[in-house]
Design a binder for this molecule. Structure first.
Ligand SMILES: [Zn+2]
Ligand SMILES: [Zn+2]
Length: 242
């Protein structure tokens, strides 16, 4: 019989992970779903915000002078990411990372930037992680590390203080909120990448980059699946993200 158990398993493994209708061709998705993803156009190579053209200067980087050196972001944080990423975070839909991680890995390869010596997932406070049961940034870093052959440092960077959600705070409040929130407990190589699922204001990644640079790291990259399309203080779609 054609649809025996083995055939069924193969069929579902090779079916598009998003529409579940067509065969998977690219990173676990069918061609249509892959093309329909909200790809980020002309991202600034430093902060990942969209610019008007590939050659345009980034006003945000000129104004904010971030401590990190490079951001690789694959997608805009809008539908379907506004549903998929919170589902990974809050509803244990971890299988989605099975195709989102290769989408980001492909983007990282395409940028042809030098690869870091190790990956650091953006940490959660230990109590928060205990309550949630997983840190989606660590799971993403694990997959990227395996796909790109880069070691992951899970414990080097720790969150030692609770912080309020960033996106409702002013720039000054954000800085105050993050002060002393992270700590580094071992020396790191000269080039590292911070890994997170979504980047909103960029303040958390900037604070961690400042800490790493003060401890001797020379280059800090950000690897994120998605970034909010607007530059700052986007609150409409980001109620559930940090
Ligand atoms: Zn599809
Ligand atoms: Zn920029």
């Amino acid at each position: 019989m054609f649809f025996n158990k083995v055939n069924l398993r193969l069929f579902f493994k090779q079916i598009c992970q998003l529409c579940r209708l067509q065969p998977a061709q690219l990173n676990g998705l069918c061609e249509d779903c892959h093309a329909d993803l909200p790809w980020r156009l002309f991202p600034c190579p430093v902060c990942g915000l969209s610019r008007t053209s590939p050659m345009a200067d980034c006003p945000d980087c000129q104004r904010l002078q971030p401590a990190f050196d490079h951001t690789c972001v694959a997608l805009d944080y809008r539908f379907p990411l506004t549903q998929l990423l919170p589902a990974i975070k809050y509803h244990q839909q971890l299988r989605t990372l099975g195709w989102l991680a290769p989408v980001l890995a492909a983007q990282i390869r395409d940028t042809e930037q030098a690869l870091p010596h190790c990956l650091l997932p953006v940490p959660m406070h230990p109590w928060d992680q205990l309550r949630r049961g997983h840190n989606q940034a660590a799971l993403l870093a694990e997959q990227l590390g395996r796909q790109l052959n880069i070691p992951v440092q899970y414990q080097a960077l720790q969150k030692i203080r609770h912080t309020r959600k960033q996106h409702r705070l002013s720039a000054r409040q954000r800085r105050h909120n993050l002060q002393g929130a992270f700590a580094l407990n071992k020396p790191l190589p000269s080039h590292v990448a911070l890994v997170d699922d979504v980047m909103t204001t960029g303040s958390t990644l900037n604070e961690i980059a400042r800490l790493l640079k003060s401890q001797g790291v020379l280059r800090v990259d950000n690897w994120v699946i998605a970034r909010t399309p607007e530059s700052q203080d986007s609150t409409e779609e980001t109620d559930e993200i940090e």
